[in-house]
Ligand binder design. Structure first.
Ligand SMILES: Nc1ncnc2c1ncn2[C@@H]1O[C@H](COP(=O)(O)OP(=O)(O)O)[C@@H](O)[C@H]1O
Ligand SMILES: [Mg+2]
Length: 267
């Protein structure tokens, strides 16, 4: 299946897209870089330094795992990388562009067109079928219903779940729902996929299937994936692991000697 880039994307003059058009060699660049990033939350007398000065870059076509105990700042870091949260200090450079220089609508477009999110709880809309859930990000971006559905079906095919296209989330297992969520993340043809504990609600069989799928996206399609997990076995399937503790990057782990993971026979 050939995924096509949205024509609207090519028409845009937003800086992160302009850079890609002017510099076709930008695949040599880091897709995203955090430079001295901090994030503090304050509500009333409570003050939490969730991320306390992190430098991190993610290369095109790698799978990076961010691991650490609960409350260590993993989700906050991922949300900073995904322009969901704004840093208190420091910079996030997305394809070389400082995200803080984008206005609200440019930042929304960055998230909508360049970044695919996958969540622990799948976050599918319960009243929409699988194909409608996957088509939604395109329709929100002004793509016609027919084209959005066609592209959504293509992505469901990619994750091998077309037979569930017209099923509601409640009619699918957790593993199937997460594969639909992966399709939804991919339908926009993102530069970067961010996954926050994507196997956290899955049993070991479904967890392995979703990891094989993500691994396959990186190995066969050159997709870039950042995965947050507290599970070292999940992290071991990434190309590189960084450890977060108390809002700080603890250490760089040597790159894994990557073993090919066989595809599941069932899909
Ligand atoms: N929106 C928020 N408001 C206040 N505190 C927050 C918020 N989000 C996260 N935190 C706090 O920041 C710290 C890191 O949280 P989080 O990034 O969710 O950790 P992890 O994903 O590693 O479990 C925790 O102490 C958490 O309570
Ligand atoms: Mg978290």
């Amino acid at each position: 299946m050939v995924l096509r880039r949205s024509p609207r994307m090519d028409e845009t003059t937003h800086p992160y897209c302009r850079q890609e058009e002017e510099n076709p060699g930008c695949s040599d660049m880091d897709i995203i870089e955090a430079v001295g990033v901090t994030k503090s939350f304050a509500s009333g007398a409570m003050h939490v330094d969730a991320v306390r000065g992190i430098d991190l870059s993610v290369r095109q076509g790698e799978m990076l795992a961010i691991v650490g105990p609960s409350g260590s700042g993993k989700s906050t870091l991922l949300n900073l990388l995904g322009a969901i949260e704004t840093p208190t200090d420091g910079q996030i450079l997305f394809e070389g562009v400082d995200v803080s220089t984008l206005n609200d609508s440019e930042r929304t477009l960055l998230r909508r067109r360049r970044i695919g999110f996958i969540f622990q709880a799948f976050n599918l809309l319960p009243t929409l079928t699988a194909v409608e859930n996957v088509a939604l990000p395109l329709e929100l971006d002004g793509i016609s219903e027919g084209e959005a559905r066609e592209r959504a079906l293509g992505c469901l095919d990619l994750v091998d779940i077309t037979d569930r296209a017209d099923h509601l989330p409640t009619q699918m297992s957790g593993g199937q729902q997460q594969r639909v969520a992966v399709a939804r993340a991919l339908v926009i043809e993102p530069a970067l996929v961010l996954a926050d504990e994507p196997t956290g609600n899955l049993d070991s069989t479904n967890s392995a299937q979703v990891m094989r799928l993500l691994r396959d996206l990186v190995d066969s399609r050159g997709q870039t994936v950042v995965i947050v997990t507290h599970d070292n076995d999940i992290a071991a399937q990434a190309d590189r692991t960084v450890h977060v503790r108390d809002g700080l990057l603890e250490e760089y782990i040597a790159e894994h000697l990557h073993r090919p993971i066989p595809r599941a026979a069932s899909w």
